[in-house]
Design a protein around this ligand. Structure first.
Ligand code: ADP
Ligand code: NI
Length: 216
């Protein structure tokens, strides 16, 4: 594989994400990239597609770009064409960027390519565990949402539009997304990591309610 294309992509993404919200910044991408490579080591996949998609998957997240769902695809396509990546690889990478998101899961095709499953597992692993908790509270703060309100129950059956608009609490986000992710993992390697991270979130929630209710 052409090493310099990956390095150029790293440089491009780092620059593009300068100043991004801390849960969706270069460090999130770096973790997803590393996790993807870890998972890919157990699978018979096209590594170049996995790496490029992991690096580019949040290049222009619609929730930070006025809901624009095509910007990431345009930016990635232009960049990869410039890097002389083959049209076939570009097509596979763009397909992953388009379909990787949790909120698009009901619109994605039923049968997913292995490379998409790997990047999706990696992205979802970074949404759970200690880092997942930290990212979620950071995002909640960024949106000025409440941490928790015992009077506001989680919304479990949200459509994509409702999910995007949801102004609920950060604790509710655990029930609306984070705790569902363990059951959605595709690869064996990711399922193992997810199980530990899931248990850690359950412990965190237990402790959170205990302290909230001042049970000392
Ligand atoms: P995707 O990018 O896969 O569609 P989301 O848009 O749901 O996923 O969000 C990615 C991450 O941003 C979540 O894992 C979480 O950390 C944070 N996030 C998104 N929506 C919320 C929310 N309503 N409250 C708190 N954190 C959120
Ligand atoms: Ni991501």
């Amino acid at each position: 594989m052409n090493k310099s294309v990956i390095q150029n992509t790293v440089d491009f993404v780092k620059e593009k994400l300068l100043g991004a919200e801390a849960g969706h910044d270069w460090f999130h991408i770096e973790r997803v990239w590393k996790l993807s490579k870890n998972i890919a080591a157990h699978e018979n996949c096209i590594l170049e597609v996995v790496e490029l998609a992991a690096l580019l998957h949040d290049i222009a997240d619609p929730k930070f770009h006025g809901g624009d769902e095509t910007l990431a695809l345009t930016i990635s396509n232009d960049f990869l064409e410039n890097q002389k990546v083959s049209p076939e690889i570009i097509g596979q990478v763009l397909f992953i960027i388009k379909n990787v998101s949790f909120k698009n899961r009901n619109e994605a095709p039923q049968i997913l390519p292995l490379e998409l499953k790997i990047v999706q597992d990696a992205d979802r692993l970074d949404a759970i565990g200690a880092i997942g908790i930290a990212r979620t509270f950071n995002f909640g703060g960024f949106k000025n949402n409440l941490m928790y309100d015992p009077e506001l129950p989680p919304q479990l059956e949200m459509s994509k539009e409702e999910y995007k608009k949801n102004q609920g609490t950060t604790i509710n986000h655990f029930y609306e997304k984070l705790l569902l992710l363990q059951g959605l993992m595709h690869t064996e390697a990711a399922k193992k990591i997810a199980s530990e991270r899931h248990d850690f979130m359950l412990k965190f929630l237990d402790e959170f309610y205990k302290e909230w209710n001042v049970e000392i």
